[in-house]
Design a protein. Structure first.
Length: 340
């Protein structure tokens, strides 16, 4: 799983401001240039949940303290400031020539600079109309963390094909790169200013959470009703109601019913790379003989791809869903306390 995406300077500043109380944040903002305030407000809208958690804010504060303690150095100037400085130093005509040279050099080094601060989701949507060679070309020129996010939003086959293209990429001329960059920038901006498309997975996950709060008869009636109209949707909701990590909380009776229908090889593969709580709950519900068999199977199988592990985990989860559909097992309800 890729790590957290690196925050831009504007996002770090926005996260820090949002961690302050309203009065303190207002006092900071009133001393900031109006153009910078606009950038900060835009950055606030691009903050993802993990960028505002306690660990991220703590890191931002530490970085801020380090910056304040460092000796003052030259700051990065905006294009407008740089142009004004060149004009004052060299005169209007020479400033235009030199500024154009600087911009051209930057364009050669980072042709897709205009979209680098856009969310990965927008860039991914804009790239859906492009061929695999063009997608590979774009991702090869973006920050690796951003490219990884974009790849993560593609299906496995397409992402694999794009990575293969990236490994054997022959860059085209700068004119072609600029043309692709301009066209892509226009599409990304159009997506950014248009209505936000609803995320089907997010909606189904929300429905699953609601059903986890519901009483069993309500849950059963809703899922059965949905299955009549859309069996695939009902299955996806059930998958969101109980995920692989939830196996850590499965009680002994339900766990043993699940394990009874899974062969040792499938179970051994499914546990590769699993979290300790899940593995402990599974192994604690097996006899010592079967545990030894599982350990032997894992050693024999050796290192495996996550795709193969996922296939094995799906078999385990099918057994869980079969129990849920038959009424033999239901997940613990949110907020439901267990008593002896």
């Amino acid at each position: 799983m890729p790590g957290k995406r690196e925050m831009s300077g504007a996002q770090r500043a926005a996260a820090f401001l949002m961690s302050l109380d309203k009065e303190a944040a207002a006092n900071v903002l009133k001393n900031i240039d109006e153009r910078v305030i606009v950038e900060l407000v835009e950055a606030m809208g691009r903050l993802e949940p993990e960028m505002t958690d306690a660990d991220s804010i703590k890191k931002v504060e530490k970085d801020l303290i380090k910056t304040l303690r460092k000796p003052k150095t030259a700051r990065v100037r905006s294009d407008a400031e740089l142009h004004a400085m060149l004009e004052q130093t060299l005169g209007k005509q020479q400033a235009v020539v030199l500024f154009d040279k600087i911009q051209q050099r930057l364009l050669h080094e980072r042709p897709f600079l205009a979209i680098e601060n856009q969310p990965a989701e927008f860039i991914s949507k804009a790239l859906t109309a492009e061929t695999e060679p063009v997608v590979a070309l774009v991702l090869a020129h973006l920050d690796p963390s951003l490219s990884a996010e974009i790849l993560g939003q593609m299906d496995v086959d397409k992402s694999l094909a794009v990575v293969r293209r990236m490994a054997n990429l022959i860059p085209p001329g700068i004119e072609t790169l600029v043309a692709i960059a301009q066209d892509l920038d226009a599409r990304v901006r159009e997506i950014a200013t248009g209505p936000v498309s609803p995320n089907p997975s997010a909606r189904l996950r929300t429905i699953a959470e609601v059903l986890n709060f519901s009483q069993p008869p309500v849950e059963k009636g809703v899922l059965e009703g949905l299955a009549k109209d859309d069996a695939k949707m009902a299955t996806e909701i059930r998958e969101f109601m109980f995920t692989w990590s939830n196996l850590a909380d499965l009680d002994k009776r339900a766990m043993q019913k699940v394990l009874a229908s899974i062969d040792t090889k499938t179970l051994a593969i499914s546990l590769k790379g699993s979290t300790a709580p899940v593995e402990e709950n599974v192994m604690n519900n097996l006899s010592s003989r079967v545990r030894d068999m599982i350990n032997d199977e894992r050693e024999t199988a050796g290192p495996m791809s996550m795709a193969d592990v996922s296939v094995a985990r799906n078999e385990v989860m099918k057994a869980v869903r079969a129990l849920m559909e038959s009424g033999e097992f239901r997940p613990s309800r949110a907020g439901e306390e267990l008593v002896n």
